[in-house]
Design a protein around this ligand. Structure first.
Ligand code: ATP
Ligand code: MG
Ligand code: MG
Length: 370
């Protein structure tokens, strides 16, 4: 980035002290993220982000969501877990973002010092802390009316929508890839009804619509130097949703001993220890708000989220790889196969997963933890 351009953007924001030393930062895949260091050591450092405008076309609605959630969390005071809340830096015009001369949109956060995000979980303590952080986050938002939040990416976790997209790609088959995909398509079809369980519970009014994070990867929680959860970040996909989505998506990456796109399916195994630690932290912080149907939905979600991701990868493969960046010609198929293998493994352990969740939830119910 050209320094003059950056200085012009920074000049729009209410920055304290004097910042310099712009560096790209973190391992995010969506926005361009930079860190700005302060020359005055008693003043904050900052995170500057160029918002990905092709994914988030309505920046005003996006920033409305983030502001609403941050205001709510800050009004409540720091949560019981003594976590921080992300803080937006306002522009001099009092807004939460600015558009530059090229038409790009920028926003700024206070940099959270002494924190670290992990792409891969290393131990049970981190898993439990991650669970606590996301659990506390949802609990803190449980009294914010979901109608105040825009559905910024409509139908994001709607299984019916994802299956419809797959059917549509199958009907078009633009790359003539279908001929080799019978096993994968059979896999999807055989499970389609079961995977609608959470949607049906929701449609029947059994699962309350909450404000959920919707991108609960482990690196969207920052931990402090003692590996304690410090702050939930990356609030772009905050939307009305079911709590199961956040639980299942986190478990999808935490329980898998292999990468999301592992080619060697033998390497895809379940780490039940990390799963238990995450579930324990998550349920500890949400037990008092969860109803019994929601507790049931948590185990279903462990199957649903990898299934949805597999369906999305398969759809993109059939479609000709337009959505996900690929690093080899059949990358999306490899990703889909890895997710379906994970579903298979999870099905094999489903009773165990269900009993673990039940047991943890009874434990926290009995102790009245919140
Ligand atoms: P993703 O691929 O997870 O969607 P993203 O492109 O949306 O990522 P963020 O998660 O918002 O970007 O930020 C990218 C990285 O920058 C984070 O993983 C984290 O390491 C770091 N980061 C973001 N905000 C802060 C902050 N306020 N303080 C310190 N580090 C931060
Ligand atoms: Mg992120
Ligand atoms: Mg993100």
């Amino acid at each position: 980035m050209d320094n003059n351009k950056i200085n012009a953007i920074v000049a729009h924001f209410e920055v304290k002290g004097e910042v310099s030393d712009l560096q790209t930062y973190g391992s995010g895949h969506i926005h361009e993220t930079y860190r700005l260091k302060n020359k005055q050591t008693d003043q904050p450092d900052y995170i500057l982000q160029k918002i990905n405008h092709s994914i988030f076309t309505n920046v005003d609605a996006l920033m409305h969501n983030i502001e609403t959630v941050i205001d709510h969390l800050q009004l409540k005071g720091k949560s019981a877990a003594s976590q921080d809340t992300l803080s937006l830096v306002r522009t001099k015009a009092g807004k939460s973002y600015v558009q530059d001369a090229d038409g790009s949109y920028w926003r700024m956060y206070l940099f959270l010092k002494g924190t670290k995000g992990y792409d891969l979980i290393e131990n049970d303590k981190q898993a439990r802390e991650g669970g606590r952080a996301y659990g506390q986050f949802i609990a803190d938002l449980s009294d914010l009316n979901p109608s105040k939040i825009h559905e910024i990416l409509p139908d994001f976790h709607n299984i019916q929508h994802r299956l419809n997209q797959l059917d549509d790609a199958i009907a078009r088959d633009p790359e003539q890839r279908l001929k080799d995909l019978n096993p994968e398509i059979d896999f999807v079809k055989a499970r389609a009804e079961r995977m609608k369980t959470i949607k049906q519970m929701g449609d029947a009014g059994k699962l309350p619509l909450r404000i959920t994070h919707n991108d609960t990867k482990f690196n969207n929680v920052l931990l402090n130097e003692k590996d304690e959860a410090q702050c939930v970040i990356d609030l772009d996909t905050i939307m009305p949703g079911y709590i199961a989505f956040d639980f299942g998506d986190a478990v999808r990456t935490i329980i898998n001993t292999a990468e999301e796109d592992e080619k060697d399916l033998e390497k895809i195994q379940l780490n039940m220890g990390l799963f238990k630690a995450f579930a324990d932290g998550f349920i500890e912080k949400t037990r008092t708000i969860l109803n019994e149907d929601e507790v049931d939905s948590l185990s279903q979600s462990c199957l649903l989220l990898p299934y949805i991701m597999g369906v999305r990868f398969l759809t993109d493969y059939i479609d000709g790889d337009h959505y996900y960046k690929i690093h080899s010609p059949h990358h999306n198929l490899q990703r889909a196969r890895a997710q379906f293998e994970l579903v298979r493994k999870l099905e094999g352990k489903f009773d165990d997963i269900q009993q673990t969740i039940q047991h943890i939830s009874e434990k926290h119910h009995a102790t009245g933890n919140s």
